[in-house]
Write a protein that binds this ligand. Structure first.
Ligand SMILES: [Zn+2]
Length: 266
């Protein structure tokens, strides 16, 4: 499936060993699972014949460095924690994940879990050790949702400054057509947000899109009000007046219009 392939390729570029199609034991196993091109454990629909739905990420050597940025390769424990946080956090690039088998403490030793989303999140114990196993949902076979998702970069992103995050978000919104399209598809269900007792148009905008922006930026936005002020021009650039008029609650329509007029005039 495309998003698993995209993640496989990103991780291989960093230097991880990532497997996809299984060996003969997988092929003749009853029932055939997600490392075969004819899985019978697909969810929520039936598998598409010829499509594999799983990858295995192998533990890197402790001294290994990323071939992309030269920094130490995250362990499977760090990588798994990021994947889990992103999947539970609604990050779109990993929304295709059906379940993950991993060991959060150490390789081949401590606890081993299966984290699954079928459809709601549930953790149970697993015996599938020695690697991270990822299985995908049906319906994402040809999806581009995973393109650009890089959990290693997201782990590094913890060190980004607020200014770098804002710059990254602004750049993403203004230069990335896919993100702009995603924003334009979102239901414009603006909710009032109380920022220091003052509800502003850009706070309303941001309040509805914090998750998207967080996904783009790669971490929580710390000072929402400041970010809102800084991002307002870029956000307003991707909103059509019709979208705003159609979705903004009547009691805020005037404020949004005022804000837009002020932004357009400046
Ligand atoms: Zn596997």
């Amino acid at each position: 499936m495309a998003p698993a392939r995209d993640l496989r390729d990103v991780l291989r570029r960093h230097g991880y060993t990532v497997y996809d199609i299984g060996n003969e034991a997988h092929m003749v196993h009853e029932p055939p699972e997600d490392h075969t091109p004819y899985s019978e454990t697909a969810y929520p629909g039936r598998s598409v014949y010829g499509v594999g739905y799983a990858i295995d990420i192998m533990p890197p050597k402790t001294s290994a460095r990323s071939k992309v940025d030269g920094l130490p390769l995250p362990s499977l424990q760090q990588l798994g924690a990021q994947l889990l946080a992103d999947r539970n956090g609604g990050v779109s690039g990993i929304r295709w994940l059906k379940y993950m088998n991993w060991e959060p403490e150490r390789n081949n030793g401590g606890l081993c879990y299966q984290e699954s989303w079928r459809p709601t999140y549930r953790r149970r114990s697993s015996s599938d050790r020695g690697h991270i196993h990822l299985s995908g949902l049906t319906g994402y076979e040809t999806s581009t949702i995973g393109s650009g998702y890089d959990p290693v970069a997201r782990i590094r992103g913890d060190d980004m400054s607020e200014a770098e995050i804002i710059a990254a978000v602004r750049k993403a919104i203004t230069t990335d057509r896919a993100i702009r399209e995603e924003l334009s598809r979102l239901p414009w269900a603006f909710k009032p947000a109380d920022h220091g007792g003052k509800t502003t148009a850009h706070a309303i905008v941001l309040n509805g899109h914090t998750r998207t922006l967080t996904a783009i930026a790669g971490r929580d936005l710390v000072d929402e009000q400041q970010v809102a002020a800084d991002l307002a021009p870029a956000l307003l650039a991707v909103l059509t007046p019709q979208a705003i008029a159609a979705a903004v609650p009547a009691e805020f329509a005037g404020q949004v219009a005022d804000e837009l007029a002020a932004r357009l005039a400046s």
